[in-house]
Write a protein that binds this ligand. Sequence first.
Ligand SMILES: Nc1ncnc2c1ncn2[C@@H]1O[C@H](COP(=O)(O)OP(=O)(O)OP(=O)(O)O)[C@@H](O)[C@H]1O
Ligand SMILES: [Mg+2]
Length: 280
Amino acid sequence: MTIDRTTTATQERVGASLSVRDLRIHYGNVEAVKGISFDILPGEFLTLLGPSGCGKSTTLRCIAGLEPASAGTITIDDTVVAGPGKHVQPEKRGINMVFQSYAVWPHMTVEKNVGYGLKGLQKDEIKTRVDEVLDLIGLGKFAKRYGTELSGGQQQRVALARAIVTRPKVLGARERLTVPGIATPVLAAETAANDVHESASAVFRAESLLAGSAAESAENVWPAKVERVSYLGRHLDVLYSVGDSKVRGELPSATPIVVGDTVTIGIRASDVHFVPHTEV
Ligand SMILES: Nc1ncnc2c1ncn2[C@@H]1O[C@H](COP(=O)(O)OP(=O)(O)OP(=O)(O)O)[C@@H](O)[C@H]1O
Ligand SMILES: [Mg+2]
C-alpha cells in the first residue's frame, strides 16, 4: 500500500490530526492489515493506494471505529482511540465514512452469490459455470467466503461475475442486425458475435440521429419519411419512418422540415446498441 499526500496552505490548516502506528487487523486467520503507520496533519488530504484486498478499507473502518485493532495504535489529536485494551466507540470519534457497496448478498458465499442467477440448471452445470467465472475474475480461492468477508474490489468482482455468469446477450453483442424493410443491415461498433439467430432491437438516442448532409458520413444511412414534427422549444422532435420501422430524432428548432418530406437520416455505429428479445 502506498500513501499519497497533499498539504493545503498553512493558514488553511483546520481539523484534527491523525496518527496510525504499526496497525494490524486480523479477521480470524486473515491478516487484513499488516502493520501500517502514517500521520495526517490538520488540513492534509491523504490517499491510500494499493491492489484490491491489500487492506485500505479495513484501515479506514478501523480508524472510524468499526473494526477493533489487533495491534498498534490510532490517535486522533491527542486521544488514543484504538490501542492495547482501548476501543473508543465510533460515535465518540467524530469521524464519517463513505462505504463501497456492490449489493453482494452478505449471507451468501461468493459461489452462492454468483450461482444465484443460474437456478433451474443442473447442479454440475452451475458448478462448472461458477468455477469458470470465478477463475476468470481471480476469485477462485474465495468461493466459500461470505459477502461480508470480502474487500470492496473483491465484491465488485463478484458483482461482475454475477452479471456475466448467466451469459447475457446484451454484454460485448454482435455487430450487425437485419431489420425488416431496410435493405442493408444496421451496424453497431460492438463486436464479438454470440447468438446471431436471436432477434433483437437496434436502439440509439434520439439526439444522436443525424439528418441531411450530416447523416451522409455515418455508417448507417437511410432514406426516411417525416411522419410527425413536434416543436419542443429548443428542438424539434421528429418521427421518421424507415422501412417498416419508426425512428425518433431531434433537430434544431429552426430546421425547415414538414410532415411528408423525404430526408436522409443516419446514425453512427458507435451510437447503436443491440438489445436482444429474451425473457428476463
Ligand atoms: N470479514 C472478513 N473476514 C475475512 N477476511 C476479510 C474480511 N473483510 C475483509 N477481509 C479480507 O481482508 C483483506 C483486506 O480487505 P480490504 O477491504 O481492507 O481491502 P481493500 O484494500 O479495501 O481492497 P479493495 O481495493 O478491493 O477495496 C482482503 O483480502 C479481504 O478478503
Ligand atoms: Mg476497499
